[in-house]
Design a protein around this ligand. Structure first.
Ligand SMILES: Nc1nc2c(ncn2[C@@H]2O[C@H](COP(=O)(O)OP(=O)(O)OP(=O)(O)O)[C@@H](O)[C@H]2O)c(=O)[nH]1
Ligand SMILES: [Mg+2]
Length: 494
């Protein structure tokens, strides 16, 4: 695609279709002359019925009333002050025919969206009129803008960085007020500022390390660690916080994956039905009732949650149950939160201990639930409390006791305890996350290199790596290919 910056480009910047107004945006070195060739400033064209003047009489500014078709444009755009609006008409220079009555907004470089000269023609909405205005603009040597090309120019001309450009797209696309707010925060440059500050801190460190290279007697990992350790730890913490915020953002968009697991007959399906608020899953006193995963999408305290009831975990005897258990194990791998259910009606067995071990090892966030609290006797409770980590919750899926507390704990996990602070910066973009993850692992390697007593140049190299990865978020050294892939997802006219 040819994105020559010398071209003047134009597009319809409002949605196509029936609307009160439409805006044709022109940007580039020829924006003003091109607009000048089309624009007739001031004056109504036709006499008002009550004006009492004969057709062709003189108006208040010495302009003739009447049909102005065929009249020459008056070079008004060139003379207008920047950032002002003029009323007038667009005429087709080819035949002088009037196309529409418009407001023309002139904005001179550099205080514009693209930093170039920009003209916006606010014309009547609807496919036909706006299309005709646009066609007349194109006839003046102005080419149609590619998708996202205005924003691309804003980036290439240094008005916004890449993260901000991407935020523009997120803002245009956001479906929820919460999503729009997150995009606006980034458009406002909050992510960019944070990333820029991190890069600056890294650069300072790199400078110090490289200065130390000149003093070989100091050239030990010890010194590097002393100097860099606290700063690197802080940077890592910041990166992790940002990366965590991505999963929060994802949960808001797509829902938390919650898996209910436990041995047969523990009451998993009963709990699922309690949480879902209806009888989604079959409950029976025979162990091994649920043989496949059963899903339900619920709104839990305002958070979208995918509930997954699973087949009870035990050494299955028949083939179908075996497959069910396989599916449970699969589901556990993909879970973001596990509600592990234990049967309070009897003493815990080896399957229970095995589940606890599995969850501890996996590192998946887990809530431990002692079910059947209505019939749980104290010796069982003591044994369960000994077995289960954290603060196990006593509930009765049958009676509904303790379910509110369980929901609170689930919502806490979904929110990452962070949603109270509504203005926390949320990472929303997958490209940004990828770069931050790589930067984080470069930093982790740098910390390790310090610890292992590597030389300064090794550490400095890793820090440089992190520094340039962070730069990728802002669009430093962004190649054409990356820009194409980002901006082609924009709409035309943005
Ligand atoms: N007393 C009491 N009984 C319960 C409670 N929760 C479930 N039950 C009973 O326990 C039995 C098993 O319940 P389910 O919900 O089917 O248990 P499950 O864990 O899904 O069992 P499988 O699907 O076989 O793995 C049923 O008879 C339930 O009525 C509870 O809180 N108290
Ligand atoms: Mg079940």
């Amino acid at each position: 695609m040819d994105y020559s910056m010398n071209d003047t480009i134009a597009a319809l910047s409002t949605a196509v279709g029936d609307a009160g107004i439409a805006i044709v945006r022109i940007s580039g070195p020829n924006a003003f002359p091109a607009a000048d060739r089309l624009f007739l400033s001031g004056g109504r064209t036709r006499p008002k019925k009550h004006s009492g003047l004969p057709d062709g009489g003189s108006g208040p500014f010495g302009r003739p009333y009447g049909d102005r078709a065929g009249q020459a444009p008056d070079g008004h755009v060139g003379k207008m002050k920047s950032h002002t609006v003029a009323y007038g008409q667009v005429a087709d220079p080819a035949d002088g025919g009037l196309i529409d009555e418009v407001l023309l907004l002139k904005m001179a470089s550099p205080r514009t969206y693209t930093r170039e000269d920009v003209v916006e023609i606010h014309c009547h909405g609807g496919r036909v009129v706006a299309g005709e205005v646009l066609r007349a603009v194109f006839a003046q040597g102005v080419r149609p803008a590619e998708a996202g090309e205005f924003t691309r120019r804003a980036f290439l001309n240094g008005r916004i960085d890449l993260a901000e450009a991407e935020a523009v797209m997120d803002l245009v696309r956001s479906h929820t007020a919460r999503g729009a707010r997150a995009a606006m925060e980034q458009l406002d440059g909050r992510l960019s500022e944070l990333v820029a500050a991190m890069r600056e801190a890294l650069l300072t460190l790199i400078g110090q390390m490289e200065a130390n290279l000149d003093f070989p007697e100091h050239d030990t990992g010890e010194v590097a660690l002393d100097m860099a350790g606290p700063i690197l730890a802080e940077l890592q913490a910041e990166l992790r916080r940002l990366l965590d915020s991505y999963s929060q953002g994802r949960i808001l968009r797509e829902g938390l994956n919650l898996v209910i697991a436990g041995r047969p007959n523990a009451g998993k399906s009963s709990l699922m039905n309690r949480l879902a608020g209806y009888d989604r899953s079959i409950v029976d006193e025979i162990p091994g009732t649920t043989r496949d995963t059963v899903e339900s999408f619920i709104n839990l305290r305002g958070f979208p949650v995918h509930l997954l009831d699973t087949a009870g975990l035990r050494e299955a005897t028949d083939a179908v149950e075996k497959m069910g258990v396989e599916r449970t194990l699969d589901a556990l791998e993909r879970a973001e939160l596990v509600v592990a259910v234990f049967d309070g009606a009897g003493m815990p067995g080896p399957e229970d201990a095995k589940l606890v071990e599995r969850l501890k090892k996996s590192g998946i966030r887990s809530l431990y639930v002692m079910n059947k609290a209505d019939v749980m006797d104290p010796t069982v409770e003591t044994a369960l409390r000994e077995l289960l980590p954290d603060r196990p919750l006593a509930v009765s899926a049958l009676l509904g006791t303790g379910i509110g507390a369980l929901m609170d704990r689930i919502a806490e996990t979904a929110s990452g305890n962070r949603f109270e602070s509504d203005n926390a910066l949320l990472l929303t973009n997958a490209r940004h996350r990828h770069l931050l993850e790589m930067a984080e692992s470069a930093l982790a390697e740098a910390v390790k290199a310090c610890r292992e007593g590597m030389t300064h140049d090794v550490v400095a190299f890793l820090l440089r790596d992190a520094w340039s990865l962070l730069g990728g978020i802002l669009g430093a050294d962004a190649g054409e290919e990356l820009l194409d892939s980002i901006f082609s997802r924009f709409c035309i006219g943005k």
